[in-house]
Design a protein around this ligand. Structure first.
Ligand SMILES: Nc1ncnc2c1ncn2[C@@H]1O[C@H](COP(=O)(O)OP(=O)(O)O)[C@@H](O)[C@H]1O
Ligand SMILES: O=P(O)(O)OC[C@H]1O[C@](O)(COP(=O)(O)O)[C@@H](O)[C@@H]1O
Length: 303
């Protein structure tokens, strides 16, 4: 089974406005609500590509109930530990630019954390665990490393899409794959990364530190896959960006869907990039059809 871990899920509240003026009354032209949080988005993309997963983590309150109902309606397996506070609401303001306000998330008690960690007891080396997104404020920043240590002991493959201090922790656990964007990779090395060539230098350092596969997404500038001994670069298709929320998660979802159904690694990378762009060019997460339409426009070359 592929388990997607979202420690801090969200209801993504997408608000459209002609323009936004700080300090004034602004009226929306449209709004929508979707279940969010990186692991949940990955599960939803995978389901659309015909691959089953189980979404786990913490949910609470009316917002948590909204997410559970949504996942059940989409026939996505889920088993979240219940917390007493409300799952956060993340605001995505869409004017001529996109502005995001992400919440902190509810408290998680030691008992709830233990209940969550018990779920790893039934997993084995045939499973894949995806760790994605921010950590709720009441959990220690070392939580991802703790999960990776459990997974490494059981030879479970770990995929991670995390940033900041959590990314540092994750790298030290030598996971199967990480997918930072170029800003997150730059932050990790305390530098600014603007080009594929610059990203290549730092992605190779991560591979030499034991990370098995590194995908770096650089939005419209393309994407990079570095493994031990091989580096690949992909262009992204041209199109009008309608929504970049969940684009990075779609790269991960597309990659895992393809990898877990025995596609070679470069092909899985290509499907991941096509999925990312398909989401960027859609109002919501990508469909399989949209991903397949873009696939022929992507070239993967050896670097
Ligand atoms: N302007 C764009 N044109 C085409 N594809 C895009 C564009 N912006 C994002 N994407 C797609 O979304 C993926 C993830 O975007 P990126 O901004 O790098 O990551 P994140 O969403 O994690 O910040 C890219 O690899 C690409 O496939
Ligand atoms: O856990 P974080 O880092 O606050 O991010 C959560 C947000 O990221 C998303 O998963 C989108 O992520 P990407 O745009 O990077 O794919 C949203 O659904 C959610 O609101």
């Amino acid at each position: 089974m592929i388990y997607t871990v979202t420690l801090n899920p969200s209801v993504d509240y997408i608000v459209k406005l002609e323009q936004f003026e700080l300090g004034s009354l602004n009226r929306m032209t449209d709004d929508s609500k979707f279940p969010g949080g990186k692991g949940i988005n990955v599960s939803r993309v995978m389901k659309r590509q015909g691959v089953e997963s189980k979404a786990i983590g913490f949910l609470g309150g009316f917002t948590g109930a909204f997410i559970e109902d949504f996942l059940t309606a989409e026939k996505i397996n889920h088993q979240f530990v219940k917390v007493s506070g409300d799952t956060r609401i993340n605001i995505k303001l869409k004017t001529d630019v996109e502005t995001e306000i992400n919440g902190l998330g509810p408290s998680v008690s030691d008992e709830q954390l233990d209940q969550f960690l018990q779920q790893f007891e039934d997993m084995d080396r045939h499973d894949i665990v995806l760790l994605a997104g921010s950590i709720p404020g009441t959990l220690p920043s070392s939580i991802y490393k703790r999960i990776i240590d459990i997974c490494n002991e059981k030879e479970i493959k770990v995929v991670a899409d995390v940033s900041g201090d959590a990314l540092k922790e994750v790298v030290s656990g030598k996971p199967f794959l990480i997918k930072p964007n170029h800003h997150e990779l730059g932050e990790l090395f305390d530098t600014k990364i603007e080009t594929v060539e610059e990203a290549h230098v730092y992605a190779k350092k991560l591979v030499s530190q034991g990370v098995q596969h590194v995908i770096v997404s650089l939005a419209e500038k393309g994407a990079l896959l570095v493994t031990e001994g091989n580096s690949f670069v992909a262009n992204v298709p041209k199109g009008k960006v309608l929504n970049s929320v969940g684009a990075g998660d779609s790269v991960v979802g597309g990659f895992i869907s393809a990898y877990s159904t025995n596609h070679p690694i470069e092909e899985a990378f290509k499907i991941g990039v096509a999925s990312g762009s398909a989401t960027a060019f859609s109002l919501e997460l990508c469909t399989k059809e949209k991903m397949e339409e873009l696939l022929p426009q992507i070239d993967v070359k050896t670097l």
